[in-house]
Design a protein around this ligand. Structure first.
Ligand code: NAI
Length: 488
């Protein structure tokens, strides 16, 4: 099996070299060939804004697996994070993070012996980075949540739960506020959960989830979250078990999966040989299990647990009475314990029927782009159009102009809102407004319209106003596909 290998920037090369030493000592390279690829800072510096060479892309797509160190995102200049790019272009739709209390890693929560997982949707949400400046004073980011995208991450999570014997799965969300986007995420959670009757499910609003994770973390075994909320909650969870040095992650896709530590390039300690490689080792163990090397993974994990238990540590954690080791010596301390098992915590076990050979296969290149569907053939009816206007006039003055504009058309102006709050025809004089308005036009009683009439109205409004964006208001099988304004 070939695995593409990108060591990363900053502390990346140090922790990657150490991790591979440990894997070699455990015999992993008898089953796996690591193929180096060029990604990250050195590629950005050559003016390649994607941060990866074409050859790197080809190798990753041929292998289907990428083991990567942290990579620096160029600051400013519009350069996108290579880490997010990799997850998105290769559709690594589920970010799986496993959190457990480790021996020798003291936190205020260590005594609880935590063991839980966060599955974060990894491709959609605000991470599309679809952002626009709409007016002098307003910027906007589009949040995309799709039914097939949600279904994929839900299915992955429930399958992972079933495989690991997890019988309690929650969905974290904010569907009380974002009724359509988070509402769809939660609805798909419930729909997919129905196929796993042996698993108990629940849902929790994300702010309450954060509090519960600090107050009573043991009540969760697996939580599935949309991208941004999952990003934040999973760092909170990392804090419960010892911080970034101990937070591994797997970015799982149908064809290509990426394994990396959660932390960044740690520029403050790069080149000093003192970084903690544990998170990368743990990410590598997720990868070994993913490809079927479950015995190797268990042996390395038990050596790591036994070393941590014995006080082997880098400078960022552990018993201050024990000597601080550099990255390479820390790994030697683990390698020396291969074949041992921890005494104070449950050793890693090989699941019944677990293989000791690679079972994963490289991906088959699809003939063209893959288009996914969850729903097809819903009956869609246009009931109005929202237009977003960049303007300095008051809501009342704007409304007077817009009402004149739509006279004689099949639409009537039904509301104006600012920052989501209705300010016309009703509102409060205390509502503070900015220079970006949403004008909602609804189809007059008895009229039927198509997209053509809606676009004609946009054209008419644009003669007097700057229309930065419009959105059709539609029903889907009779269900409203747009939100109400606050105060409506
Ligand atoms: P960071 O995670 O690199 O560092 C935060 C703090 O944690 C620093 O004090 C650092 O020394 C410490 N730290 C991190 N990993 C450590 C380790 N293994 N051992 C010991 N101490 C460790 O976060 P920061 O400073 O916000 O980001 C630095 C760069 O990394 C940025 O360019 C950022 O874009 C990139 N980054 C890359 C990621 C990736 O490749 N997946 C993830 C996060 C950030």
């Amino acid at each position: 099996m070939r695995i593409a290998l990108a060591s990363g920037d900053g502390i990346g090369p140090e922790i990657m070299a150490a991790t591979l030493d440990l894997f070699r000592a455990a015999g992993v390279d008898r089953h796996v060939e690591f193929v180096p690829v060029e990604m990250g800072k050195s590629v950005f510096e050559k003016g390649n804004t994607r941060g990866m060479t074409d050859e790197a892309v080809r190798v990753v797509e041929d292998c289907g697996l990428l083991f990567k160190g942290p990579m620096e995102t160029p600051k400013g200049g519009g350069g996108k994070s290579i880490n997010v790019t990799a997850r998105k272009i290769w559709s690594a739709f589920a970010n799986y993070r496993h959190f457990r209390s480790l021996p020798g890693v003291k936190t205020p929560f260590s005594h609880l012996d935590l063991d839980f997982a966060i599955v974060r949707e990894n491709v959609e949400d605000t991470y599309g980075g679809i952002e626009h400046r709409m007016s002098d004073d307003v910027t906007v980011c589009k949040r995309v949540i799709s039914a097939p995208g949600s279904d994929e991450v839900m299915r992955f999570a429930f399958e992972a739960a079933r495989r690991s014997g997890i019988t309690l799965v929650h969905c974290g969300h904010k569907a009380n506020i974002m009724k359509l986007t988070d509402g769809m995420f939660l609805e798909r959670f419930k729909a997919i959960a129905a196929g796993y009757p042996e698993i108990t499910t629940g849902d929790v609003i994300v702010d309450a989830l954060c509090m519960n994770l600090v107050m009573k973390p043991k009540q969760y075994r697996m939580v599935i979250l949309p991208n941004l909320q999952g990003d934040i909650v999973s760092d909170l969870a990392a804090g419960l078990v010892g911080g970034l040095g101990f937070a591994p992650s797997a970015n799982i896709g149908s064809n290509i999966s990426i394994f990396e530590a959660v932390h960044g390039t740690a520029p403050d300690i790069a080149g000093k040989g003192i970084a903690n490689p544990t998170a990368l080792v743990l990410s590598g163990l997720m990868m070994l299990r993913h490809i079927g090397l479950v015995r190797h993974a268990a042996a390395i994990e038990n050596a790591l647990l036994s070393a941590l238990e014995g006080g082997v540590r880098t400078g960022d954690f552990g018993d201050p009475q024990r000597p601080v080791l550099g990255t390479a010596d820390f790994i030697k301390g683990i390698a020396a314990r291969l074949g041992s098992e921890p005494r104070t915590v449950k050793p890693a076990a090989v699941p019944a029927g677990g293989a000791d050979a690679v079972t994963a296969r490289p991906p088959v290149r699809p003939a063209g782009p893959v288009v996914m569907h969850t729903f097809t053939g819903l009956r869609k009816e246009i009931v109005g159009v929202d237009m977003y206007l960049d303007g300095k006039l008051s809501a009342a003055a704007t409304a007077a102009m817009l009402e004149r504009t739509c006279e004689g058309s099949p639409f009537r102006l039904s509301l104006i809102s600012c920052r989501g709050t209705q300010v016309w025809p009703r509102g409060s004089v205390f509502t503070e407004c900015v220079d970006y308005w949403r004008a909602r036009f609804e189809v007059r009683d008895g009229a039927t319209v198509g997209q053509q009439e809606a676009v004609q109205l946009v054209g008419k409004v644009a003669q007097e106003h700057v229309v930065t964006e419009y959105a059709l208001l539609r029903t889907f099988d009779g269900v409203r596909g747009f939100s109400m304004a606050q105060g409506q």
